[in-house]
Design a protein around this ligand. Structure first.
Ligand SMILES: Cc1cc2nc3c(=O)[nH]c(=O)nc-3n(C[C@H](O)[C@H](O)[C@H](O)COP(=O)(O)OP(=O)(O)OC[C@H]3O[C@@H](n4cnc5c(N)ncnc54)[C@H](O)[C@@H]3O)c2cc1C
Length: 409
């Protein structure tokens, strides 16, 4: 039986988060500036925690809400409507996925020293994997780590480390075992910042204009020189040679969280578009009454609907402990393109107002272009997805199991 009924408990928590985002976060956007960002966030976090809203998917024994995948997906699909949403509940990227990694792979000591302050919201963390030398194919990373007594010494470079400029901790991947099989050559290190061996060369200018507020939110992406960076052996995370597998595990959740926030952003963009077209009159008629405009809205509605169904299906598979790699890859690409289409349409329907910064649409438009690159570019996911289509055909004589259809195991 297919049951689309959302369990009462999950619905209740989704509604609570929705109210919080609509009544607290979105109004706070109006007055949030670089100067008052810290106090604005502190006040929102205090209110959120007062309502029991904190670190949604982190187990309760670690101070989170302990939500399972479905409830978490529903919550994240609300939080993404405001740039203050995820931050208010301490579930912003890249911190959230790294919390999961520490939770799963950290030693007791690492959890105490590094995870605890992250969960409390006292510290922030960044993730340094990509290098100029290697991105989509992370196995080409050149940064090395050599054991010297009780410490590892790292040398190399990193780039596009998001939030490095606001982070207190960096998780850095480096090559420890050049002779091992390709996927076992890398290890992950926890680095306390600031650190003279981990030097931020610049916050890279991107197509999303730098603003003081954006930098405080953690929106910058840094280029980093790793120069004789000394890391105690105790800060090796998850065992030597396991960096690559842990990185992929971490990226898997990050991909979905981006997608969940994309649904929320697309939903708010469509709401803004609908609000505009019912008010705006051109050539004697409301935009809302034009067939062409309704088709544009209909196409957006269809995209958001497909996106929601994908995420709910993936949440179901996650709840059941089923393999969701194929769906994750499909959804990652779809959700990145979906949000682009919907925000673009909403911007178009707003005319020059959409191009201005008087609505959030222009900022979103430049920000979301990155969605088709981060956590693996579209082409790499489609390459893998396509390979799975062939594999399914060769194994079962049908590609259904690679398209979210019935499984033939
Ligand atoms: C906003 C932003 C934030 C980021 N944050 C982080 C972060 O916090 N930490 C971190 O470590 N990294 C981060 N990254 C880096 C990101 O993970 C990489 O940009 C991504 O993996 C792609 O690597 P690359 O840019 O080197 O592109 P390349 O690997 O050079 O690929 C370039 C292009 O080639 C094509 N391509 C590559 N491989 C294939 C293939 N097999 N088949 C077909 N086409 C292919 C794709 O079109 C791809 O876009 C961030 C990037 C951005 C844009």
């Amino acid at each position: 039986m297919i049951d689309f009924e959302i369990p009462e408990e999950a619905r209740a928590i989704r509604n609570k988060v929705r109210d919080f985002v609509q009544n607290e976060c979105i109004p706070a956007e109006e007055t949030c500036t670089a100067d008052n960002f810290e106090t604005t966030l502190a006040s929102l976090r205090q209110k959120a925690r007062g309502q029991g809203l904190w670190c949604p998917f982190i187990p309760e024994e670690h101070g989170g809400m302990g939500l399972r995948p479905l409830a978490n997906a529903l919550v994240q699909m609300e939080l993404g409507e405001s740039f203050l949403g995820a931050l208010s509940l301490n579930t912003q990227g890249p911190d959230d996925a790294t919390m999961l990694t520490l939770l799963e792979h950290g030693t007791d000591d690492q959890k105490e020293r590094f995870l605890k302050p992250l969960l409390e919201g006292h510290k922030r963390i960044c993730y340094s994997m990509t290098e100029k030398a290697a991105g989509a194919d992370a196995t080409g990373m050149q940064t090395t780590a050599v054991l010297d007594g009780d410490n590892y010494v790292l040398n190399g470079e990193k780039w596009f480390s998001s939030s490095a400029s606001v982070a207190d901790i960096a998780v850095v991947m480096a090559k420890t075992d050049p002779e091992a099989p390709r996927h076992q050559q890398y290890s992950t290190f926890i680095v306390e910042l600031p650190n003279p061996g981990y030097k931020i060369l610049r916050n890279i200018e991107t197509m999303q204009p730098h603003t003081e507020l954006g930098l405080k939110l953690g929106g910058s992406h840094s280029e980093i020189a790793i120069d004789n960076l000394v890391v105690p052996q105790d800060n090796l995370l998850g065992g030597r040679g396991n960096g690559f597998n842990m990185g992929q595990h971490r990226l898997a959740y990050g991909r979905l969280r981006h997608g969940m926030h994309n649904v929320a952003m697309a939903q708010r963009a469509l709401d803004l578009a609908a609000g505009h077209v019912v008010d705006r009159v051109t050539f004697g008629e409301r935009l809302a009454d034009r067939q062409g405009v309704r088709w544009m809205l209909a196409d957006c509605a269809a995209e958001i609907y497909k996106a929601r169904l994908m995420l709910l299906h993936i949440a179901y598979k996650a709840e059941e402990g089923m393999d969701l790699r194929q769906e994750n890859g499909i959804a990652k690409v779809f959700l990145a393109n979906m949000v682009h289409q919907v925000v673009d349409t909403a911007l178009q329907l707003h005319g020059a107002l959409g191009y201005s910064t008087d609505t959030p649409l222009a900022r979103w438009y430049t920000g979301i272009r990155s969605q088709r690159l981060v956590d693996g570019p579209d082409e790499v996911h489609r390459w893998r997805t396509g390979a799975n289509v062939i594999r399914a055909y060769e194994k079962y004589g049908t590609t259904a199991s690679a398209c979210g259809g019935e499984l033939f195991d």
